[in-house]
Design a protein around this ligand. Structure first.
Ligand code: MG
Length: 254
């Protein structure tokens, strides 16, 4: 009898871990000494705390180079400039708060390749024109493929054009939509992997979690940083929590 019980317990533990809500570090694990949002250090720190994934934001420079940064506007020599309107050399000369240079997506992906178990969640930002967005999606998918990272990269976007564009370019890619305005059924129809909405959207539509799961889709929520909200989302059984406080979510999950 004992011989049967132990494997059953191990299997149950394994299944519990698999169904546990996974943690994604928002803009990497930046909320810690020496790190900065969307920095290479933040990526490495995310890798060091044994979580599911690390997120980053991507814009395309005026000369067509995908760059890692959150906002479109950024200070350069005391003046606000737009990332979309600036060439990559100028952007690379801009220092992050931890002293690193603004990374290109290629540099970031090369560093990511050195990590072992982490998943990278690439957010493509909405650009001024469809042309820019289509080019950015194309370049990103190509770059990920060239580095043989397809199975370790997922995509997110607020833009429906970018979301459908990424799915079209790689139907096998896991692509999530961020804007919160479309139901799980619509996401299923366009071929998305699931919804990735602000937690307030899921609070207002808690049945979307089950709807998504019944359709075989995943549910991710952002950016959940406070204990009460983290607990609420864990109770709703979402698949992923994107957070600036990955260690806190880890603690509360236990
Ligand atoms: Mg983002």
């Amino acid at each position: 009898m004992k011989k049967i019980i132990l494997p059953i317990i191990l299997l149950l533990v394994h299944l519990t871990l698999l169904s546990q809500t996974q943690i994604i570090a928002h803009r990497g694990y930046w909320n810690t000494p020496g790190s900065a949002q969307n920095s290479i250090v933040a990526l490495k720190k995310a890798d060091s705390i044994a979580i599911y994934g690390s997120e980053l934001d991507v814009w395309m420079s005026s000369d067509g180079v995908p760059m890692v940064n959150h906002d479109d506007s950024i200070f350069f020599n005391g003046k606000k400039i737009s990332v979309q309107d600036t060439d990559h050399k100028t952007l690379k000369s801009i220092k992050l708060s931890n002293g690193e240079s603004m990374p290109t997506l290629k540099e970031y992906l090369k560093e990511f390749k050195k990590t072992k178990d982490l998943i990278l969640i690439i957010e493509l930002k909405k650009h001024r024109t469809k042309l820019q967005e289509d080019l950015l999606a194309k370049k990103t998918i190509k770059m990920v493929k060239a580095l043989n990272l397809q199975h370790r990269v997922e995509y997110i976007s607020f833009g429906l054009n970018l979301t459908t564009g990424l799915i079209h370019l790689n139907p096998k890619a896991k692509v999530y939509y961020l804007n919160g305005d479309l139901s799980p059924a619509v996401m299923k129809e366009i071929g998305a992997a699931g919804i990735d909405y602000h937690y307030s959207v899921i609070q207002k539509n808690p049945t979307w979690v089950k709807q998504a799961h019944d359709l075989g889709l995943k549910v991710n929520v952002w950016t959940v940083n406070k204990p009460a909200e983290i607990r609420r989302m864990l109770d709703l059984n979402v698949d992923f929590i994107t957070t600036d406080e990955p260690l806190l979510v880890k603690e509360l999950r236990q």
